[in-house]
Design a protein. Structure first.
Length: 112
């Protein structure tokens, strides 16, 4: 392989790796007060192994611990009683909202 071709290949590879790293990095984590407020005004149902649930968790970063969450893998009965058929599911003001929700949407729905 020619030296010029090798250099071009290395540059392309570096750009791809950098782009992947940037896209995988959480865009912004929720501050503690917002997470506490959302947690006090909602219930979140997740399930071990659910990739969409993992995305929702990553949005909160270290402040995920402040959410009122139930893992349906471990607490099946609670999820059945709540009528949870898909995860993630948020219950806010008695309404079920299925799927990953943006922080802005959660703030709007919970009044935080």
């Amino acid at each position: 392989m020619k030296k010029g071709n090798l250099m071009t290949l290395l540059i392309i590879l570096a750009v791809i790796i950098l782009a992947f790293w940037i896209l995988r990095k959480p865009s912004s984590q929720v501050d503690e007060q917002t997470a506490i407020c959302i947690g006090q005004n909602s219930e979140l149902y997740i399930k071990l192994g659910c990739s969409a649930c993992r995305v929702q968790e990553e949005m909160f970063g270290n402040n995920f611990k402040y959410l009122n969450s139930t893992d349906c893998f471990y607490d099946v009965e609670k999820c059945i009683n709540a009528g949870i058929t898909a995860t993630p599911t948020w219950i806010i003001n008695g309404e079920k909202i299925v799927g990953v929700q943006s922080i802005e949407k959660l703030k709007e729905l919970t009044g935080c």
